[in-house]
Design a protein around this ligand. Structure first.
Ligand SMILES: [Zn+2]
Length: 401
Protein backbone atom coordinates (compact mmCIF):
# COMPACT_ATOMS: atom_id res chain seq x y z
CA UNK A 1 0.00 0.00 0.00
CA UNK A 2 1.21 3.49 -0.76
CA UNK A 3 1.32 5.80 2.23
CA UNK A 4 -1.56 8.29 2.51
CA UNK A 5 -0.58 11.46 0.67
CA UNK A 6 0.61 14.35 2.81
CA UNK A 7 1.71 17.77 1.65
CA UNK A 8 5.40 18.65 1.35
CA UNK A 9 6.54 20.60 4.43
CA UNK A 10 7.77 23.51 2.30
CA UNK A 11 7.87 24.67 -1.30
CA UNK A 12 11.50 23.51 -1.46
CA UNK A 13 10.21 19.94 -1.12
CA UNK A 14 7.78 20.31 -4.00
CA UNK A 15 9.61 18.49 -6.76
CA UNK A 16 10.09 19.78 -10.26
CA UNK A 17 8.79 22.83 -12.15
CA UNK A 18 10.79 25.27 -9.99
CA UNK A 19 10.44 28.28 -12.33
CA UNK A 20 6.64 27.96 -12.50
CA UNK A 21 6.32 27.47 -8.75
CA UNK A 22 8.59 30.41 -7.95
CA UNK A 23 6.73 32.76 -10.24
CA UNK A 24 3.46 31.86 -8.48
CA UNK A 25 5.04 32.39 -5.05
CA UNK A 26 6.43 35.75 -6.17
CA UNK A 27 2.97 36.74 -7.40
CA UNK A 28 1.42 35.85 -4.04
CA UNK A 29 4.11 37.79 -2.14
CA UNK A 30 3.45 40.81 -4.35
CA UNK A 31 -0.32 40.48 -3.93
CA UNK A 32 -0.66 39.76 -7.64
CA UNK A 33 -1.91 36.17 -7.73
CA UNK A 34 -4.41 36.09 -10.63
CA UNK A 35 -8.06 35.87 -9.60
CA UNK A 36 -8.53 33.06 -12.12
CA UNK A 37 -5.78 30.57 -12.75
CA UNK A 38 -5.56 27.32 -14.69
CA UNK A 39 -2.90 24.94 -13.36
CA UNK A 40 -2.40 22.43 -16.14
CA UNK A 41 -0.22 19.36 -16.49
CA UNK A 42 -0.31 15.56 -16.67
CA UNK A 43 -1.73 13.39 -13.92
CA UNK A 44 0.84 13.08 -11.13
CA UNK A 45 2.60 16.38 -11.87
CA UNK A 46 1.42 17.69 -8.50
CA UNK A 47 -1.36 20.07 -9.56
CA UNK A 48 -3.57 19.42 -6.53
CA UNK A 49 -0.64 19.37 -4.10
CA UNK A 50 0.61 22.69 -5.45
CA UNK A 51 -2.88 24.22 -5.38
CA UNK A 52 -3.20 23.42 -1.67
CA UNK A 53 0.30 24.76 -0.98
CA UNK A 54 -0.54 27.98 -2.81
CA UNK A 55 -3.76 28.24 -0.82
CA UNK A 56 -1.74 27.85 2.40
CA UNK A 57 0.73 30.53 1.25
CA UNK A 58 -2.17 32.93 0.59
CA UNK A 59 -4.01 32.21 3.84
CA UNK A 60 -1.15 31.54 6.30
CA UNK A 61 -1.46 33.63 9.45
CA UNK A 62 2.31 34.14 9.64
CA UNK A 63 3.05 34.92 5.97
CA UNK A 64 6.72 33.81 5.96
CA UNK A 65 8.89 35.01 3.05
CA UNK A 66 11.88 33.37 1.36
CA UNK A 67 14.36 34.56 -1.26
CA UNK A 68 14.46 33.30 -4.82
CA UNK A 69 16.65 30.23 -5.45
CA UNK A 70 16.03 29.53 -9.10
CA UNK A 71 17.94 31.99 -11.25
CA UNK A 72 15.91 33.39 -14.11
CA UNK A 73 17.52 33.60 -17.53
CA UNK A 74 19.77 36.63 -17.96
CA UNK A 75 17.87 39.64 -19.24
CA UNK A 76 14.50 38.32 -18.06
CA UNK A 77 12.24 40.65 -16.16
CA UNK A 78 12.26 38.50 -13.03
CA UNK A 79 13.86 40.31 -10.18
CA UNK A 80 16.02 37.91 -8.18
CA UNK A 81 15.58 40.04 -5.05
CA UNK A 82 11.80 39.51 -5.17
CA UNK A 83 10.50 37.77 -2.04
CA UNK A 84 8.65 34.47 -2.38
CA UNK A 85 5.51 33.67 -0.42
CA UNK A 86 5.62 30.61 1.81
CA UNK A 87 3.56 29.01 4.59
CA UNK A 88 4.29 28.04 8.17
CA UNK A 89 2.38 24.75 8.08
CA UNK A 90 1.39 24.99 11.75
CA UNK A 91 -1.06 27.91 12.07
CA UNK A 92 -4.80 27.32 12.25
CA UNK A 93 -5.29 28.25 8.58
CA UNK A 94 -2.40 26.12 7.26
CA UNK A 95 -3.31 22.99 9.21
CA UNK A 96 -6.95 23.07 8.16
CA UNK A 97 -6.13 23.48 4.47
CA UNK A 98 -3.49 20.73 4.69
CA UNK A 99 -6.25 18.46 6.02
CA UNK A 100 -7.56 18.13 2.46
CA UNK A 101 -4.29 16.60 1.19
CA UNK A 102 -5.82 13.18 0.60
CA UNK A 103 -8.33 14.13 -2.08
CA UNK A 104 -9.40 10.58 -2.94
CA UNK A 105 -10.28 9.82 0.66
CA UNK A 106 -12.10 13.14 1.14
CA UNK A 107 -14.20 12.49 -1.95
CA UNK A 108 -14.98 8.93 -0.84
CA UNK A 109 -16.17 10.21 2.55
CA UNK A 110 -18.35 12.88 0.91
CA UNK A 111 -19.87 10.36 -1.50
CA UNK A 112 -20.63 7.91 1.30
CA UNK A 113 -22.28 10.69 3.33
CA UNK A 114 -24.49 11.41 0.33
CA UNK A 115 -25.38 7.72 0.00
CA UNK A 116 -26.91 7.92 3.46
CA UNK A 117 -29.27 10.75 2.55
CA UNK A 118 -32.91 10.34 1.59
CA UNK A 119 -33.43 9.84 -2.17
CA UNK A 120 -34.83 13.34 -2.69
CA UNK A 121 -31.93 15.03 -0.86
CA UNK A 122 -29.38 12.85 -2.64
CA UNK A 123 -30.26 14.34 -6.00
CA UNK A 124 -29.80 17.87 -4.67
CA UNK A 125 -26.54 17.22 -2.87
CA UNK A 126 -23.28 17.86 -4.69
CA UNK A 127 -19.90 16.64 -3.54
CA UNK A 128 -17.92 19.55 -2.05
CA UNK A 129 -14.90 19.53 0.22
CA UNK A 130 -14.44 22.36 2.66
CA UNK A 131 -11.27 22.08 4.75
CA UNK A 132 -11.49 25.74 5.85
CA UNK A 133 -14.39 28.23 5.93
CA UNK A 134 -12.72 30.24 3.15
CA UNK A 135 -11.42 27.36 1.03
CA UNK A 136 -13.81 25.26 -1.03
CA UNK A 137 -12.76 22.34 -3.22
CA UNK A 138 -14.95 21.18 -6.11
CA UNK A 139 -14.12 17.66 -7.33
CA UNK A 140 -15.87 16.06 -10.32
CA UNK A 141 -19.21 14.85 -9.00
CA UNK A 142 -20.05 11.14 -9.34
CA UNK A 143 -21.53 9.24 -11.10
CA UNK A 144 -20.76 11.26 -14.25
CA UNK A 145 -17.50 12.60 -12.77
CA UNK A 146 -18.12 16.09 -14.09
CA UNK A 147 -18.21 19.41 -12.26
CA UNK A 148 -21.92 20.20 -12.05
CA UNK A 149 -24.08 23.28 -11.99
CA UNK A 150 -24.96 22.82 -8.31
CA UNK A 151 -21.29 22.93 -7.38
CA UNK A 152 -20.59 26.07 -9.39
CA UNK A 153 -23.73 27.69 -7.94
CA UNK A 154 -22.35 27.12 -4.46
CA UNK A 155 -19.06 28.64 -5.58
CA UNK A 156 -20.80 31.75 -6.91
CA UNK A 157 -22.92 32.13 -3.80
CA UNK A 158 -19.93 31.88 -1.48
CA UNK A 159 -17.73 34.07 -3.68
CA UNK A 160 -19.98 37.00 -2.92
CA UNK A 161 -19.33 36.83 0.81
CA UNK A 162 -16.17 38.31 2.24
CA UNK A 163 -13.67 35.84 3.67
CA UNK A 164 -14.39 35.17 7.34
CA UNK A 165 -11.22 33.71 8.85
CA UNK A 166 -8.48 34.20 6.26
CA UNK A 167 -7.40 37.02 3.93
CA UNK A 168 -8.96 35.51 0.78
CA UNK A 169 -11.59 33.13 -0.49
CA UNK A 170 -10.11 30.31 -2.55
CA UNK A 171 -11.95 27.86 -4.79
CA UNK A 172 -10.20 24.87 -6.32
CA UNK A 173 -11.86 22.98 -9.17
CA UNK A 174 -9.92 19.72 -9.33
CA UNK A 175 -10.88 18.90 -12.91
CA UNK A 176 -11.56 20.68 -16.19
CA UNK A 177 -14.42 18.29 -17.08
CA UNK A 178 -17.64 20.20 -16.56
CA UNK A 179 -21.29 20.00 -17.48
CA UNK A 180 -22.14 22.63 -20.05
CA UNK A 181 -24.40 24.63 -17.71
CA UNK A 182 -21.69 24.55 -15.03
CA UNK A 183 -19.10 25.91 -17.47
CA UNK A 184 -21.42 28.71 -18.61
CA UNK A 185 -22.18 29.61 -15.05
CA UNK A 186 -18.49 29.61 -14.10
CA UNK A 187 -17.78 31.89 -17.03
CA UNK A 188 -20.01 34.56 -15.47
CA UNK A 189 -18.06 34.68 -12.24
CA UNK A 190 -14.76 34.66 -14.16
CA UNK A 191 -15.88 37.73 -16.07
CA UNK A 192 -16.01 39.76 -12.87
CA UNK A 193 -14.43 37.89 -10.00
CA UNK A 194 -14.92 39.59 -6.61
CA UNK A 195 -11.75 41.23 -5.25
CA UNK A 196 -11.04 38.78 -2.46
CA UNK A 197 -11.58 35.65 -4.58
CA UNK A 198 -9.13 33.28 -6.27
CA UNK A 199 -10.40 30.48 -8.50
CA UNK A 200 -7.95 27.71 -9.42
CA UNK A 201 -8.86 25.22 -12.13
CA UNK A 202 -6.72 22.06 -12.30
CA UNK A 203 -6.64 20.66 -15.83
CA UNK A 204 -4.95 17.65 -17.36
CA UNK A 205 -6.13 18.94 -20.67
CA UNK A 206 -7.04 22.67 -20.71
CA UNK A 207 -8.50 22.09 -24.19
CA UNK A 208 -11.54 20.62 -22.42
CA UNK A 209 -12.40 24.08 -21.08
CA UNK A 210 -14.48 26.59 -23.04
CA UNK A 211 -12.16 28.93 -24.97
CA UNK A 212 -13.96 31.81 -23.25
CA UNK A 213 -13.00 30.36 -19.85
CA UNK A 214 -9.39 29.86 -20.93
CA UNK A 215 -9.08 33.40 -22.18
CA UNK A 216 -10.15 34.77 -18.80
CA UNK A 217 -7.63 32.76 -16.79
CA UNK A 218 -3.87 32.90 -16.39
CA UNK A 219 -2.39 29.53 -17.33
CA UNK A 220 0.55 27.90 -15.56
CA UNK A 221 1.74 24.57 -16.89
CA UNK A 222 3.44 21.87 -14.82
CA UNK A 223 5.50 19.37 -16.79
CA UNK A 224 6.16 15.71 -15.90
CA UNK A 225 9.62 15.10 -14.47
CA UNK A 226 12.18 13.37 -16.70
CA UNK A 227 12.95 9.72 -15.83
CA UNK A 228 16.56 10.58 -14.86
CA UNK A 229 15.39 13.20 -12.35
CA UNK A 230 13.03 10.72 -10.72
CA UNK A 231 15.77 8.08 -10.60
CA UNK A 232 18.07 10.53 -8.82
CA UNK A 233 15.28 11.39 -6.42
CA UNK A 234 14.66 7.72 -5.54
CA UNK A 235 18.41 7.21 -5.07
CA UNK A 236 18.49 10.12 -2.60
CA UNK A 237 15.24 9.45 -0.71
CA UNK A 238 14.92 5.68 -0.88
CA UNK A 239 18.49 4.35 -0.64
CA UNK A 240 17.12 0.86 0.15
CA UNK A 241 15.85 0.49 -3.45
CA UNK A 242 18.42 -1.35 -5.66
CA UNK A 243 19.67 0.57 -8.72
CA UNK A 244 17.95 -1.79 -11.18
CA UNK A 245 14.56 -1.29 -9.53
CA UNK A 246 15.08 2.50 -9.45
CA UNK A 247 14.97 2.67 -13.24
CA UNK A 248 11.84 0.54 -13.41
CA UNK A 249 10.04 2.53 -10.69
CA UNK A 250 11.02 5.83 -12.33
CA UNK A 251 9.42 4.68 -15.58
CA UNK A 252 6.33 3.22 -13.96
CA UNK A 253 5.71 6.42 -11.99
CA UNK A 254 5.09 8.27 -15.28
CA UNK A 255 6.81 11.53 -14.39
CA UNK A 256 5.19 11.86 -10.97
CA UNK A 257 7.66 12.37 -8.14
CA UNK A 258 5.24 11.64 -5.33
CA UNK A 259 4.07 8.43 -6.99
CA UNK A 260 7.69 7.30 -7.45
CA UNK A 261 8.60 7.83 -3.80
CA UNK A 262 5.59 5.86 -2.57
CA UNK A 263 5.84 3.16 -5.24
CA UNK A 264 5.48 -0.39 -3.88
CA UNK A 265 7.17 -2.50 -6.53
CA UNK A 266 6.23 -5.84 -4.93
CA UNK A 267 2.49 -5.08 -4.97
CA UNK A 268 2.76 -3.74 -8.48
CA UNK A 269 4.60 -6.84 -9.70
CA UNK A 270 1.94 -9.09 -8.14
CA UNK A 271 -0.89 -7.13 -9.78
CA UNK A 272 0.97 -7.12 -13.08
CA UNK A 273 1.39 -10.90 -13.01
CA UNK A 274 -2.41 -11.19 -12.86
CA UNK A 275 -2.87 -8.58 -15.58
CA UNK A 276 -0.57 -10.61 -17.82
CA UNK A 277 -2.88 -13.61 -17.44
CA UNK A 278 -5.64 -11.51 -19.06
CA UNK A 279 -3.39 -10.57 -21.96
CA UNK A 280 -2.04 -14.10 -22.53
CA UNK A 281 -5.60 -15.44 -22.62
CA UNK A 282 -6.69 -12.77 -25.04
CA UNK A 283 -3.72 -13.48 -27.31
CA UNK A 284 -4.54 -17.20 -27.11
CA UNK A 285 -8.21 -16.63 -27.93
CA UNK A 286 -7.35 -14.48 -30.93
CA UNK A 287 -4.91 -17.05 -32.25
CA UNK A 288 -7.50 -19.79 -31.76
CA UNK A 289 -10.11 -17.79 -33.66
CA UNK A 290 -7.71 -17.26 -36.53
CA UNK A 291 -7.27 -21.03 -36.77
CA UNK A 292 -3.86 -21.49 -35.28
CA UNK A 293 -4.11 -25.00 -33.91
CA UNK A 294 -1.07 -24.82 -31.66
CA UNK A 295 -2.49 -21.78 -29.94
CA UNK A 296 -5.93 -23.37 -29.65
CA UNK A 297 -4.57 -26.23 -27.61
CA UNK A 298 -2.68 -23.76 -25.43
CA UNK A 299 -5.82 -21.81 -24.67
CA UNK A 300 -6.59 -22.41 -21.06
CA UNK A 301 -9.23 -20.48 -19.20
CA UNK A 302 -8.48 -22.22 -15.94
CA UNK A 303 -5.62 -19.89 -15.03
CA UNK A 304 -7.79 -16.89 -15.82
CA UNK A 305 -10.75 -17.94 -13.73
CA UNK A 306 -8.55 -19.18 -10.90
CA UNK A 307 -7.04 -15.73 -10.86
CA UNK A 308 -10.33 -13.80 -10.97
CA UNK A 309 -11.56 -16.05 -8.13
CA UNK A 310 -9.05 -14.36 -5.83
CA UNK A 311 -10.65 -10.94 -6.40
CA UNK A 312 -13.64 -10.69 -4.16
CA UNK A 313 -15.80 -8.00 -2.58
CA UNK A 314 -14.79 -5.89 0.38
CA UNK A 315 -12.22 -3.16 0.92
CA UNK A 316 -9.27 -5.52 0.30
CA UNK A 317 -10.76 -6.72 -2.95
CA UNK A 318 -11.32 -3.14 -4.00
CA UNK A 319 -7.69 -2.14 -3.51
CA UNK A 320 -6.48 -5.30 -5.20
CA UNK A 321 -8.83 -4.77 -8.14
CA UNK A 322 -7.73 -1.17 -8.63
CA UNK A 323 -4.08 -2.27 -8.58
CA UNK A 324 -4.86 -4.92 -11.22
CA UNK A 325 -6.64 -2.41 -13.45
CA UNK A 326 -3.77 0.08 -13.14
CA UNK A 327 -1.20 -2.57 -14.04
CA UNK A 328 -3.32 -3.68 -16.99
CA UNK A 329 -3.61 -0.08 -18.22
CA UNK A 330 0.16 0.35 -18.13
CA UNK A 331 0.69 -2.92 -19.99
CA UNK A 332 -1.80 -1.89 -22.68
CA UNK A 333 -0.03 1.45 -23.06
CA UNK A 334 3.27 -0.38 -23.46
CA UNK A 335 1.74 -2.57 -26.17
CA UNK A 336 0.58 0.57 -27.98
CA UNK A 337 4.10 2.04 -27.68
CA UNK A 338 5.53 -1.12 -29.25
CA UNK A 339 2.91 -1.01 -32.00
CA UNK A 340 3.68 2.61 -32.76
CA UNK A 341 7.40 1.91 -33.07
CA UNK A 342 8.52 3.77 -29.94
CA UNK A 343 9.86 0.94 -27.74
CA UNK A 344 12.27 3.36 -26.00
CA UNK A 345 9.30 4.78 -24.09
CA UNK A 346 8.35 1.37 -22.66
CA UNK A 347 7.49 1.48 -18.92
CA UNK A 348 7.63 -2.20 -18.02
CA UNK A 349 11.21 -2.42 -19.29
CA UNK A 350 11.85 -5.72 -17.49
CA UNK A 351 9.13 -7.47 -19.54
CA UNK A 352 10.20 -6.35 -22.97
CA UNK A 353 10.49 -9.81 -24.57
CA UNK A 354 7.05 -10.94 -23.42
CA UNK A 355 5.47 -7.60 -24.36
CA UNK A 356 6.91 -7.91 -27.86
CA UNK A 357 5.37 -11.38 -28.22
CA UNK A 358 2.00 -10.08 -27.01
CA UNK A 359 2.16 -7.01 -29.27
CA UNK A 360 2.70 -9.35 -32.22
CA UNK A 361 -0.30 -11.52 -31.25
CA UNK A 362 -2.79 -8.78 -30.32
CA UNK A 363 -4.06 -6.55 -33.15
CA UNK A 364 -3.93 -2.78 -32.66
CA UNK A 365 -7.73 -2.50 -32.78
CA UNK A 366 -8.05 -5.06 -29.96
CA UNK A 367 -5.59 -3.15 -27.75
CA UNK A 368 -7.48 0.08 -28.36
CA UNK A 369 -10.85 -1.40 -27.57
CA UNK A 370 -9.44 -3.13 -24.48
CA UNK A 371 -8.10 0.23 -23.27
CA UNK A 372 -11.52 1.72 -23.81
CA UNK A 373 -13.25 -1.13 -21.95
CA UNK A 374 -10.78 -0.68 -19.12
CA UNK A 375 -11.56 3.04 -18.83
CA UNK A 376 -15.23 2.18 -18.53
CA UNK A 377 -14.65 -0.43 -15.86
CA UNK A 378 -12.48 2.04 -14.01
CA UNK A 379 -15.00 4.86 -13.99
CA UNK A 380 -17.73 2.35 -13.11
CA UNK A 381 -15.68 1.27 -10.15
CA UNK A 382 -15.14 4.85 -9.02
CA UNK A 383 -18.86 5.50 -9.32
CA UNK A 384 -19.82 2.60 -7.10
CA UNK A 385 -17.06 2.98 -4.59
CA UNK A 386 -17.96 0.05 -2.41
CA UNK A 387 -19.67 -2.27 -4.82
CA UNK A 388 -17.73 -5.19 -6.19
CA UNK A 389 -16.86 -5.48 -9.81
CA UNK A 390 -17.60 -8.46 -11.96
CA UNK A 391 -14.07 -9.28 -13.06
CA UNK A 392 -15.33 -12.46 -14.67
CA UNK A 393 -17.54 -10.50 -17.05
CA UNK A 394 -14.69 -8.16 -17.82
CA UNK A 395 -12.38 -11.13 -18.43
CA UNK A 396 -14.92 -12.71 -20.76
CA UNK A 397 -15.23 -9.44 -22.67
CA UNK A 398 -11.48 -9.04 -23.04
CA UNK A 399 -10.77 -12.60 -24.06
CA UNK A 400 -13.48 -12.72 -26.70
CA UNK A 401 -11.79 -11.98 -30.00
ZN1 LIG B 1 0.50 29.14 8.47
Amino acid sequence: MNPAPTLPASFREFLGNAPAVESLRAAIAAGRLPHSLILSGPSGAGKYTLALMLAMAVECERQPREVREYNPAPGSENDSAQPLASFCGVCHNCTRIAGAANLEEQVAVAVLAREDLRETDKKETRVLIQPHPDVLILPPDPPQLLIKLGQVRTLIQRAHYLPSEAPRKIFILTSASMMKEAANSLLKVLEEPPDSVHILILAENPGELLPTIRSRCANVRLGALPVEEIEALIAARRPDVPAKQRTLIARLAQGAAGRALGFDLDSYTAARADALIFLRNAAGAINAASGSRAAATELDHTALFKMTETYRAGADGQTKTLALLRALALLLEDLLLLDSGTPDLLRNTDLRAELERLAAALPFAWIESASHALDQVHSGLRRNLLRSLSLDAFAAQLTTP
